[in-house]
Design a protein around this ligand. Sequence first.
Ligand SMILES: Cc1cc2nc3c(=O)[nH]c(=O)nc-3n(C[C@H](O)[C@H](O)[C@H](O)COP(=O)(O)O)c2cc1C
Length: 191
Amino acid sequence: MTDRTHVVGLCGSLRDDSGTRIAVDRALAAAAAAGATTELLDLREWDLPLFDADAADAGDGPELAARIAAADGVVLGTPMYHGTYASPVKTALDYCDIEDWAGTTVGLLAVAGGGFPTPALEHLRAACRELKAWPLPTQVAIPESWAAFEDGTVADAEIAERLDDLGGDVAAYAGVEDYPERAAAGGLAAD
Ligand SMILES: Cc1cc2nc3c(=O)[nH]c(=O)nc-3n(C[C@H](O)[C@H](O)[C@H](O)COP(=O)(O)O)c2cc1C
């Protein structure tokens, strides 16, 4: 165990050349630069059958939920599919209980082939609220994905900067739920 802030990334696209994964990786690198330990929970590598509350075998669902529960922060990225977030994210969320996300700081990002993927971000934000997570005001919307990524990197400097801010903020605000207690104990004094 380490007492360093731990931030995990989730990417809702299973495509090998996913722009969303490039963006999540960039934000995770920024979280690492801010002092967090980081890990991409790559959903291509997890056995996640469509969630069925009656199923005897939930695959890797419970282990994924445990890994999210152990994280202080999550960079949660999705491509926009038909006006909302993609099904691998939904499946991952459905394997989790509120306790797995409660108090977890979340940085949201979404990627679209067309215009700004604002609906996908709003829908994820609503899911985070139900899970009692703490979605940050900082979020990144990446439109026109065909032009946004190049050779496995983020092509646009402004988008790259926003992703860096997102990852840095997830690391900085991880543990936000404990702030009132820490403030009461004198741990958040400004001077
Ligand atoms: C099933 C499906 C639905 C999509 N729906 C939308 C959409 O509603 N709006 C949009 O702008 N792009 C839509 N796209 C385009 C994706 O958002 C875009 O290709 C994105 O870059 C995919 O993310 P990825 O590169 O991480 O795989 C859709 C793509 C797929 C495969």
